[in-house]
Design a protein around this ligand. Sequence first.
Ligand code: FRU
Length: 512
Amino acid sequence: MRTLPRPVSRRAFLSACTRASLAASVLPAISHRALGLATTPAAGPNIAQDPLRPQYHLLPPHNWMNDPNGPIWWKGKFHLFYQMNPHAAVWGDMHWGHAVSPDMVHWSHQPIALAPTPGGPDSDGCFSGSAVVYHGVPTVLYTGIRQAPPAQSTIREGKPTYRETQLLATALDDNLLHWRKQAAPVIAAPPPGMNVSGFRDPCPWQENDGWYLAVGSGQRGVGGAVLLYHSPDLRHWEYLHPLVEGRASGHAGPNPVATGEMWECPDFFPLGKHHCLLYSTSGAVFWTIGDYDRNTHRYTPRQQGVLDHGAYYAPKSFLAPDGRRILWGWIQETRTQAEYAAAGWAGAMSLPRVLDVDVHGNLTMTVAAEVGLLRQVQIQQALNPGSKSIHFSSLRQEFELRLAPQTSAATVRLLAAGKPAWELHLDYAAHTARSGGRSMPLPALAADAPALRLFLDASVIEAFLGSAQALTSRCYTLQPGNTELEITLDAGGSGSITQCELTAISPDRLTT
Ligand code: FRU
């Protein structure tokens, strides 16, 4: 079983987080610009010139990003919040960063939306959560953490010293810049008698008889779980029962997220004629499609799989105004903590992915059409058995590979200065794709759909195999002007490759 790709244990982080938040509490909280954090790059490397920093993905102006939080469309704009450490390019002292976009592609950074309140239930961090509109007011539900004696602690990764509670804040303006926190938690403790392995990341939705809330949790030796609550008004919650439960993983270990017995970031929503539940645990994101009984409020998963086979975690979806279900996800670093701390930035947001269900009840994923706004000239070339190389100067590229149905194998490689830097092998005979020691199911070739769509943005590669499998990778050796894509087809193979340079979304790699 893979462990969380987080660089050091949460325990070590949490003690660092406490130190950082003590330092932060003497500063006037809330305004990112007041802290000089949104506009001024951190002292150190000039990250606007860092060739490894993506140019068309959303990422923090500097320092650390993890989960997407509370995506919402409000008054004609897309807002996306995210877990951010404003003090360093490592996890810790969680705040909610904020970015706004007219089209889910072009972003501008906004001041920090939520910061820990000294002495409050989120004094040691504002963890992940969701946004909804209640009586015309954008409202977020999120998890706060604060130090607590072991008997009241809910975080079970290492020494139990932090308590998680579910908190609420309401927007004070239509640009979602200012938020009023309700001082007391809306859920102050896990269900009585339950020795939870964690208790966080609330996901609310509305039904005819009020609001429902899914909270990520689990129990050691029993399994991960999503706990279900009901409320008339988002403020008073009654615990009902688990919405769904996993199984004991059989893995002992100090960290229940790593063993799969704590499910983080549940995201639950209707999709087509079914319901979809996403959750993150043991270093991966799992999707399930199933049926939700609105009378018993129980969910039965029918199909399941891994949402992305690479450096991708803790995704969160929202409903776009045209009815599309759009998913954002955290693209993780795969280099060492020392390397990304020195780089001055860490983490990026995936491109928006549109979710759907196919006729077999499986999840499908396609990159939102809006990303096409960035396309410049497209060049298409025919592919025959053997290898073809495509040279390009900027590291902002989209490739679309189409293969004739008789193709039995293809290899796609990125070469940096002539040396292999990233490789994906598509073995249609074995229905398997392989990359960097990982294997994943390979969807059969369809006459009318691309076999592979690949988005390259500096050190980020998002690859989509048909519409069912995704692989997000990081590659830190590519150099602008010295990189090529090589495609090799087997003896019976043929098809085409389309290359398209994409436009940067800012002149300074989104550092301001
Ligand atoms: C997932 C997660 C969430 C938590 C947040 C803290 O990556 O661990 O469960 O709310 O990150 O940053």
